[in-house]
Design a protein around this ligand. Structure first.
Ligand SMILES: Nc1ncnc2c1ncn2[C@@H]1O[C@H](COP(=O)(O)OP(=O)(O)OP(=O)(O)O)[C@@H](O)[C@H]1O
Ligand SMILES: [Mg+2]
Length: 333
């Protein structure tokens, strides 16, 4: 519960307690009763629950966010909007929605996951129905794989049992143990129910850098051929993505049969970001901080980042990451 709500609740209950003190036993019982009911109502009103008051998909908000806040990702933006719109408008989906977001570092994969969460849950990423797993953080020791497996399964089952519209975000999917990926497979499949629980309304988002290099290669080919970035289509990326990701023996993600069984509904490629996108990111950050928008500073911040390939300096090595701290350096005396 947010601090402001808690303060309000404490205030109401303490007012009730003061009133109780001032009355005889009968009145006291009545006031305590009213206080408790009031407390419960207030609690229910402010406490997030698994219903339409707290979970209400806003397609327009998602569209606006993707169009206005996400830079340089026309392919990803289109797929995400279509996928989430389609899934959320289907009253009885046959399986949960499974999205796999791929791309170079700092290109907006977590950012987009956050937008999706915000478009569905009133509380956004703070919602108790949004769950983020980071492989290296939550599952660091391969030796404990069996414990992780059962914990993860219990966790997914428990959360979906309490709210069928749960969102799971698996970060660093490429570093996840194949055994763990295997154990979540049943939940992604076309089952009506597993152990009495239906997973069909849940959403799973996988984030990884795998395929990033081949996406960069395609973007670079377009750039070298003098073609506009906006001409890049999903089909241009799919082939190279599938060759580098799906046939990559190193990638834990794809040594599993997630792909063979078609459990992933959409592969979403994120393009590497260019100088102009980084400038946009800096301007957005200035706006978020209520600073005066200064194009010169934005250019300067963007110029000081590292770009690759070394000779052409086309793409930002860290995408729009680290801009926060860089901007501090330029704007603080
Ligand atoms: N395409 C983008 N448009 C606008 N802002 C972006 C974009 N990409 C990244 N950013 C900004 O940079 C921050 C970091 O990006 P994000 O965490 O989404 O990267 P990522 O793709 O998940 O990287 P990694 O692979 O390293 O985890 C975001 O919070 C956002 O502020
Ligand atoms: Mg990330």
């Amino acid at each position: 519960m947010k601090a402001s709500r808690l303060i309000l609740l404490v205030h109401v209950l303490s007012t009730a307690a003061v009133l109780v003190h001032a009355f005889d036993p009968f009145t006291t019982t009545m006031v305590v009763g009213i206080g408790a009911t009031l407390g419960r109502t207030i609690y229910k009103y402010f406490h997030e629950s698994c219903d339409s008051k707290w979970i209400d998909f806003n397609s327009t908000a998602l569209k606006t966010d993707l169009e206005q806040k996400l830079f340089g990702q026309h392919v990803a933006s289109r797929i995400v909007l279509k996928a989430v719109n389609g899934f959320m408008s289907n009253e009885s989906p046959k399986k949960p929605l499974v999205l796999s977001l791929h791309g170079w570092t700092g290109t907006g994969k977590n950012f987009v996951s956050q937008m999706i969460a915000e478009s569905i849950f009133k509380e956004g990423m703070d919602s108790s129905f949004v769950h983020v797993f980071t492989s290296t953080l939550h599952f660091p020791h391969p030796i404990q794989i069996d414990t992780y497996k059962s914990e993860l399964q219990q966790w997914i089952k428990g959360n979906v049992s309490s709210c069928e519209r749960s969102l799971f975000i698996f970060d660093e999917m490429d570093k996840m143990h194949p055994g763990l990926i295997d154990c979540i497979k049943p939940y992604l499949d076309y089952y009506d129910k597993l152990d009495g629980v239906s997973y069909r309304k849940a959403i799973f988002i996988f984030l990884s850098n795998s395929g990033g290099e081949s996406i960069v290669q395609t973007a670079l080919d377009f750039w070298r051929a003098g073609r506009d970035r906006s001409e890049i289509q999903l089909k241009d990326l799919e082939t190279s993505l599938s060759l580098s990701v799906f046939n990559n023996k190193e990638s834990g993600f794809f040594r599993t049969s997630l792909i063979d069984r078609n459990l992933v509904d959409f592969f979403v490629p994120f393009l590497p970001l260019e100088f102009k996108h980084v400038v946009q990111c800096v301007m957005a950050e200035m706006k978020a901080r209520n600073l005066d928008l200064d194009q010169d500073v934005a250019d300067q911040v963007a110029k000081d980042l590292v770009y690759f390939p070394k000779v052409d300096r086309v793409f930002s090595a860290k995408g729009c990451k680290t801009i926060d701290s860089k901007l501090d350096y330029y704007t603080k005396d």
